[in-house]
Design a binder for this molecule. Sequence first.
Ligand SMILES: [Zn+2]
Length: 93
Amino acid sequence: MNTRHVPMRTCVACRKTFPKAELLRIVRPPQSPDVVLDEQGTMLGRGAYVCAQLPCLTRALKAKTLERALRCPLHAQLIERIRAIGEGGRVSS
Ligand SMILES: [Zn+2]
């Protein structure tokens, strides 16, 4: 097992790279018209990554960066959910 290799992904808001596990993944599954939050990081489909922190989440939502990355509009419900994660500080340091 190669435990030293950590998959890195780029946040769509700040364009910095982080370990995949530290980012929030938002996916448009191939069989669904709805964009969803991929909490396990295992769903198939076109995905976008963003830091699970309010500044990046806000920026990604405001600039429609996520919508552009996914080529799909986000549902109001999902936007609320993403915002709540940012404000709730899901990531503990
Ligand atoms: Zn970021």
